[in-house]
Design a protein around this ligand. Structure first.
Ligand code: TRP
Length: 378
């Protein structure tokens, strides 16, 4: 089958067939049984589950079981600090917060400043550390529970992380890394090692607690290859395999592919001003026709419209309003200018409040950070 799309942790392009990814990655569909468990335990189903945005998983059934039997579980997610946070990054974070709130669980948040240094030809280590702290402000602004949320940078929490990662790395061969990530002889050896760091966080809570606890990783599906490797070696080094729940990726304002920090005009960043937001949404790709007359006659196409996708993925939580917008677009009643304006208002309101919390976060960042204790006494 010719591949008309690519999904790896470092490259996402083309028109992604998410159902096919379930097969090629070997994950499970979020089915009625999983949805039923979420409903049972949370009382209300998150929009991202209802709409099939979080649509794939590994071992969610085991997570529910550990929760039900009182063994408990922890959350783990992360961010590669290659630039400022954009709206696409917030999707898994919004969902992670829902799980933290509903299940009252701890969250470990990894900032892979090492990864973005190793893989980014144009980024210095100072750059990625700087962005890690900028991204941490956004994480805190999301409102994660201060007493239950632990954020760290790979290069700074290095003592603890190295001691776990090295155990992982002994079990992963170069041929596995090549097969899973497509590395070759020109890949720097730091990049080859990196998956050990991303894997290690799955086991960190067990190490810190001195007792095995299963972790659940909410993430975009492009991160799954790291965790396939992690799951393969977990039991061999004495830990549980991490469970995962995967989401689809927010398309860019240019229409397809995931929103990318390297194409600034097609992504909305959390630090954007109202003026920038307006301009970016104003230039967004829509499913509209070339002229107003044509559109009134033929209708628009919400499926390919980035403005509609933004509403669908994050900004219109009301099912009825979303359905109404869709039908009015299809019938030609609704013109693109109106949708752009509606989205601009939603995003601006959201980001204004976010930016206030983000500034306030500067004073409390240390409350969230995990630090190595290098003292000798126990
Ligand atoms: N590699 C991820 C990125 O580039 C960052 C990351 C580390 C991550 N650990 C994770 C993402 C766990 C999701 C879940 O963004």
């Amino acid at each position: 089958m010719p591949d008309d799309f690519v999904v790896t942790p470092w490259e996402v392009k083309g028109d992604i067939d998410y159902e096919r990814l379930i097969q090629t990655f070997g994950t499970q569909k979020v089915d009625e049984a999983i949805i039923g468990k979420f409903t049972e335990h949370t009382g209300e189903l998150h929009t991202m589950l209802k709409r099939g945005i979080f649509y794939s998983h590994r071992d969610m059934d085991k997570i529910f079981k550990d929760f039900e039997t009182g063994k408990g579980f922890v959350l783990y997610t992360g961010r590669g600090p290659s630039g400022h946070t954009h709206l696409g990054h917030l999707m898994p974070w919004i969902f992670t917060k829902y799980i933290q709130d509903k299940f009252g669980v701890e969250l470990y948040f990894q900032l892979t400043d090492d990864e973005k240094f190793l893989f980014g030809p144009d980024l210095t280590l100072e750059d990625t550390k700087h962005f890690a702290y900028e991204n941490a402000l956004d994480i805190i602004a999301m409102g994660f529970d201060k007493d239950k949320t632990h954020i760290f940078l790979d290069t700074e929490y290095a003592n603890q992380m190295y001691n776990i990662a090295i155990r992982v790395s002994k079990k992963v061969t170069f041929s596995t890394a090549k097969a899973v990530f497509g590395f070759d002889n020109s890949t720097n050896i730091g990049a080859i090692w990196f998956t050990s760091m991303q894997a290690a966080t799955s086991f960190l809570p067990s190490v810190l607690k001195g007792q095995n606890i299963r972790c659940l990783i909410p993430c975009a599906i492009d991160q799954d290859p790291h965790f396939r490797v992690t799951r393969d070696i977990a039991e061999g080094i004495g830990f549980y395999k991490p469970a995962l729940i995967h989401c689809k990726m927010l398309p860019s304002l240019a229409g397809s592919d995931k929103m990318s920090a390297s194409l600034p005009n097609t992504s909305i960043f959390t630090i954007d001003t109202p003026k920038e937001i307006k301009k970016k949404i104003g230039n967004a790709f829509t499913g509209g026709c070339a002229s107003v007359e044509e559109q009134k006659e033929q209708g628009g196409n919400p499926e390919i419209c980035s403005v509609f996708q933004y509403l669908y993925y994050i900004f219109e939580e009301d099912e009825d309003k979303l359905a109404e917008r869709k039908s009015q677009c299809l019938s030609g009643e609704l013109l693109c200018g109106y949708c752009k304006q509606y989205l601009t208002e939603k995003v601006t309101t959201f980001l204004q409040a976010h930016q206030e919390r983000r500034e306030a976060a500067r004073d409390i960042i240390e409350d969230y950070m995990l630090r190595d204790c290098l003292c000798k006494e126990e």
